[in-house]
Design a protein around this ligand. Structure first.
Ligand code: RP5
Length: 191
């Protein structure tokens, strides 16, 4: 099976979403969107919420307390700065939480990363890289794939597509040489 982004989302699997993507602010959505998109590409339904640990703490508590009864299996939580959302949700449920540190203006997301990473013993949060929305989505899919063979197949197809892309690039590099390869590459943005 070949993975093509956007082409796998026609049929949604099951009426009950097993995944949630939550964020502290709508300003985090750009970072979290790759997680939402890749999960939808894998035919998984996703609950998406804005829940702030500081601005709407009671709504956050209600969400986390109800998560198990709503059959959620993985929660992706992204936040920036004093990024308490993933840890607070993890403290309220035993559903695995994947934290996404959002790049902040003043400290480039190092503040977010430390806030999410440095959980006390006993309350883990699995943390991806700063801005790592895509990997959070893929990790969540891999967890669902441990018991859902259709999702597991899509994860394998995704990995195969990564492999194929690199093999194709390597072939082209060998054909063109490094200088010509570089000159035909799109320019990377500074950040
Ligand atoms: C955090 O504060 C949010 O997760 C967001 O990353 C950051 C800034 O929020 P806004 O001021 O953009 O709403 O709680």
């Amino acid at each position: 099976m070949t993975y093509t982004p956007g082409q796998l989302s026609s049929a949604k699997a099951g009426p009950t979403p097993q995944l949630a993507v939550v964020m502290g602010s709508d300003s985090d959505l750009e970072t979290l969107n790759p997680a939402i998109e890749v999960l939808q590409d894998f035919d998984l339904q996703v609950v998406v919420r804005i829940l702030s640990a500081h601005r709407t703490p009671l709504e956050m508590v209600n969400f986390a307390r109800e998560a198990e009864s709503k059959n959620l299996k993985v929660i992706i939580a992204g936040a920036g700065g004093a990024a308490h959302l993933p840890g607070m949700i993890a403290s309220l449920t035993t559903i695995p939480v994947i934290g996404v540190p959002v790049k902040s203006k003043s400290l480039s997301g190092v503040d977010s990363m430390h806030s999410i990473l440095q959980m006390p013993g006993g309350v883990p949060v699995a943390t991806v890289a700063i801005g790592g929305g895509l990997n959070a989505g893929l990790l969540a899919a891999q967890i669902i794939g441990t018991y859902n063979s259709k999702v597991h197949e899509k994860v394998l197809a995704y990995r195969q597509s990564l492999h194929n892309q690199v093999v194709t690039k390597d072939k082209k590099m060998q054909e063109l040489g490094a200088s010509a390869y570089l000159s035909q590459m799109p320019k990377r943005s500074e950040n």
